[in-house]
Design a protein around this ligand. Structure first.
Ligand code: ADP
Ligand code: MG
Length: 243
């Protein structure tokens, strides 16, 4: 075995998969041994970080890319530049704060939730995005579906759970209980972002149970930012027309 083959063989045994497979042509010129080793280790770390990021991106299930930069504050006047900056700083995730975005359709709730999710994944947080509908499906089928069980396992590992469109469809009592249990389990461990077209007054109706809704709100709002987006619908104002 020559030196390259030996390096690859040892790297494989040590599970340094980048070093085990990549050509050693990343250094333009011969360098001292220490520099070579430093470069190899740095490359291995970069490779691992990139792989971990790709895994986080896949697991997050974010349906589209939206950014804070593309959010037009001239249009949505119910939130200020300062609030948007605080939101996009994302350090509230470390403090395990929750975020509830309330407002009628088209006011940018999902846009902001996605911007939070995309940036969080980018800077290293574990995220999961689901519509309320989809989340209930995952909870209901966890015993019979491997993919639901895997999703739920990921949710419990996550730093941030984003639940979109709470309140569009009512949920029955059993589902409401499952949802409450999940939020209770995540309490003080995971930041939760919820978008809803209904204010808190309407949550009892969504949950089909006012006691459960109160208990849920108690958990969620313990450390929580609530933003009401109530300007005009961006979709309606910017709709494409045929003539
Ligand atoms: P909601 O979830 O409140 O119903 P969305 O976030 O889905 O609304 O917004 C509808 C569409 O309008 C999306 O394509 C979104 O990117 C866009 N949009 C909404 N508000 C803004 C805004 N203030 N600036 C830029 N785009 C916006
Ligand atoms: Mg939406």
């Amino acid at each position: 075995m020559n030196y390259t083959e030996q390096i690859r063989s040892y790297a494989r045994q040590l599970k340094l998969s980048n070093l085990a497979s990549r050509p050693f042509d990343f250094l333009a010129e011969p360098v001292p041994n220490e520099v070579f080793l430093v470069e190899c280790l740095k490359e291995e770390i970069n490779y691992r970080e990139e792989k971990a990021k790709q895994r986080r991106i896949t697991q997050a299930c974010l349906p589209t890319f939206k950014s804070f930069d593309a959010f037009d504050l001239e249009f949505q006047k119910s939130i200020t530049k300062w609030q948007l900056d605080q939101l996009s700083a994302l350090n509230w995730i470390d403090g395990i704060f929750n975020l509830i975005l309330i407002g009628p359709p088209g006011t940018g709730k999902t846009h902001l939730a996605l911007a939070v999710g995309n940036k969080a994944v980018e800077i290293g947080y574990k995220v999961f995005f689901a519509s309320m509908d989809n989340l209930i499906h995952i909870l209901k089928t966890q015993e019979i579906s491997r993919s639901s069980a895997a999703r739920l396992k990921w949710i419990k590992e996550c730093d941030l759970l984003i639940i979109d469109e709470m309140g569009y469809l009512p949920i029955d009592r059993l589902d409401a209980n499952l949802f409450f249990q999940l939020i209770s389990n995540l309490f003080e461990n995971t930041s939760v972002v919820i978008t809803s077209n209904k204010g808190f007054d309407g949550w009892a109706e969504i949950m089909g149970d006012s006691v459960l809704a109160t208990a849920l709100l108690d958990r969620l709002t313990h450390k929580c930012q609530v933003l009401s987006l109530n300007d005009e619908s961006y979709r309606l104002a910017n709709r494409k027309q045929i003539f």
